[in-house]
Design a protein around this ligand. Structure first.
Ligand SMILES: [Zn+2]
Length: 310
């Protein structure tokens, strides 16, 4: 995956002009690789599993960057202008639909909403129901993302369909193996201790799949949109839950300021069990730089912190 910081604007503009002039069908003849521009690190990593080196995958958000509150910069528009295809998570993960706007306003690019076909979980927040966007935390949903991306990639390059399908088949097997492995790992945590307290509501799909309860002081979005923002009542509920359930540890997230969780841990008298990858994956070279790595490391953090005897 090429992060946008590694490409120069001049190069991007140059490639963009070439791609626009040639059109999608001429990619093979030109030798230029079609470029997929993704909003989030998760969608970019899944796309990479399908296209390998046949296409270039570029991600707008860097590791640890929060998609709820991201504000696109002019360089993002120039990047999207060069795209053959754009990917977004959807379900309003991208605050104010910034990826959809970028794709529309910079050449009306084809846009895959990776959560299409996912059965969304509802979140109740102050009397309103919102759809939870963090669907990738159930590997069965990641498989849906993958198939959505595959269909769009084949449309761009039908000649490469067999390769894209083969890579997808292999990765689907890895997702099934991951799911089975997580089931086995969390079985080490007694059911009454399966409560996941994190900065914001990112882990409902993980919780629903693997039998955890979740509590967060912020709500589903860290932005100022519907459902976002911490309330004193919510915070009291979290502290009380931590005490009631005798939770041994609570967690901070890589893409959210850890201050509030540290304060809650102190107030409730529990320790911080570690840092979880939530809305963004890890830096290149870190254990969480891939989707599989992120899921593996999160699971190990949770199991290690919650399974031990108090
Ligand atoms: Zn989030």
């Amino acid at each position: 995956m090429t992060m946008r910081t590694t490409a120069t604007t001049a190069l991007r503009t140059c490639v963009g002009v070439a791609i626009l002039a040639l059109g999608v069908t001429a990619f093979a003849e030109s030798g230029a690789r079609p470029r997929i521009v993704c909003s989030t690190t998760q969608t970019a990593n899944l796309a990479l599993q399908i296209v390998g080196d046949d296409m270039e995958v570029v991600c707008i958000l860097g590791p640890g960057v929060n998609p709820h509150v991201y504000q696109p910069v002019p360089g993002d528009s120039r990047l999207v202008e060069t795209a053959a295809l754009c990917l977004q998570n959807g379900l309003h993960l991208e605050g104010k639909n910034w990826m959809q706007t970028l794709a529309r306003d910079n050449g009306n690019k084809p846009l895959v909403t990776c959560t299409d076909g996912v059965q969304p979980l509802d979140l109740e927040y102050e009397g309103q129901t919102v759809k939870d966007p963090h669907a990738w935390f159930d590997p069965r949903n990641a498989a849906i993302y993958l198939n959505n991306i595959l269909a769009a990639v084949i449309k761009i390059d039908p000649a490469g369909a067999a390769r894209y399908r083969s890579r997808t088949d292999l990765y689907l097997q890895q997702l099934r193996a991951l799911d089975a492995w997580i089931v086995k790992q969390v079985s080490l945590v007694p059911v009454e201790r399966r409560i996941l307290v994190t900065s914001h509501d990112a882990f409902n799909y993980f919780a629903a799949r693997y039998g955890f309860k979740v509590r967060s002081p912020v709500g589903w979005s860290t932005g100022s949109e519907i459902g976002g923002g911490m309330t004193p009542a919510r915070r009291r509920l979290v502290v009380q839950s931590v005490r009631d359930f005798k939770v041994p540890a609570i967690f901070v997230e890589t893409s959210v300021n850890p201050k509030m969780i540290r304060q809650i841990a102190e107030e409730a008298g529990v320790r911080v069990g570690g840092e979880l990858y939530s809305d963004a994956m890890g830096e290149a070279g870190s254990a969480g730089e891939t989707y599989l790595g992120m899921m593996r490391e999160n699971t190990l953090q949770v199991v290690t912190a919650l399974a031990g005897t108090r």
